[in-house]
Design a protein around this ligand. Sequence first.
Ligand code: BES
Ligand code: MN
Ligand code: ZN
Length: 499
Amino acid sequence: MEFSIKSGKAEKQRIDCVVVGVYESAKLTDSAASIDKASKGFIANVLKRGDMDGKLASTLLLQSVPGTDSERVLLVGLGKEGAISEKDYRKAVIASTKALSKTGTKDVANFLAEIKVGKQDAAWKVSQMAEAVRDSVYRFDAMKGKKDKKDKKSGLMKLEIHLADSDNKATQESLRQALALAAGISLTKDLGNLPPNVCTPTYLADQAKQMAKTYGLTAQVLERDDMQKLGMGSFLGVAQGSVQPPKLIVLQHNKGKKDQKPVVLVGKGITFDTGGISLKPGAEMDEMKYDMCGAASVLGTFKAIAEMDLPLNVVGIIPTCENMPDGNAIRPGDVLTSMSGQTIEVLNTDAEGRLILCDALTYAERFEPSAVVDIATLTGACVIALGHHASGLFSNQDALAKELLKAGEEALDRAWHMPLWDDYQPQLDSNFADMANIGGRAAGSITAACFLSRFAKKYDWAHLDIAGTAWKSGKEKGATGRPVSLLTQFLKNRVAKSK
Ligand code: BES
Ligand code: MN
Ligand code: ZN
């Protein structure tokens, strides 16, 4: 799809469709009023008849409106007159693409960016529109048969975002960054949606190498032997039940100053989580292909910042393997020795994410990071606590937690700060090793974070539990691309701060 910023009168657009906003009680936005005038009151009449009430995200498609040069005009409801909220703006934009998806419209001139949205500027409105549109036209048909692919309508091809001033540098740059972000989100969704027989640890490693080649990053892939030498007994314990070889992917985006300490992103890459010997129940087990969404969000964020050419040093570490039951798999009761030297009694082989992450966190020390953020579909308990709206955020450093919360707010990809108090640590006591890998049913997402914190003592660290936000279940089943927006915003803010 092609995006551009344009200016011009709404009624003068020779295009498949023009999108304009209307408020409740028949109040028109500037461009809707302009069309209304050119058409001698056509829009006002439609509203008077009651076919459209202006409620937020309602739509009405009009054909061949007199006095206009476009084939169609789409009216989009904006709710009560006045500045609408950021979220509602996004909803209105998404409603406009949804309404057009069932029509023959290919090229659109969208005037919704002219309206007032909170305290946001034009650059923000442009970037949100581009990103929301890319997001809502996303489709995953890589695994569909040829016929099914061809039968689909080709959909939107071109979006012109209309503003009073079209050649403003800030809005152009903002569009460029939004498209970079959207490309990252799209990669994250694709990797998540791919089936687990395709998206294996080896596949993820190949993707990382490919990306490094395209963007001039460095990618290094550690194999089982390398990890054995490093003493990653915890990670390799999880991997030993699978015929797929484990990989530790290390990506580096070195576009900051030479002496600048890097931000390290660590992503959980379980390409399928059966639970291992502590086997999961069968219902919806297919969704455990999404257990690599932390890894996918790291790769997506790297794509976004590489396309932006963000001047920052960032390291990505992805431990990736399968969690399978097998004659060689780890058993409940096994004791593993992690790279840190700490020993772990495996009381449940389904608590495998923390077992692969802990060795990756120890490995992160060698980069002398300014901060480490891990991203993981870690616990079902986090879904119970926060549902599907916010990711769980844990940190050993309040300032870092604040940065991430702020980035989430700005990017409309929110996280919620959860406690990491020492009070919870004793739940991990073990009679046979330095710690157990589970802490009982109570506060399951917190004890999982407590476990990780024991491997992250040497630097500022935060953990995002994305079990509830990385994908949707049910009829709309699919990866969401979260929290690539949050992470990218966090990194962009770090660049601004370092200036
Ligand atoms: N990948 C799962 C967490 C998960 C479950 C995410 C369901 C989203 C939906 C993780 O590896 C896991 O199995 N966690 C266990 C931990 C328990 C054994 C302490 C869980 O949450 O049940
Ligand atoms: Mn598990
Ligand atoms: Zn898992």
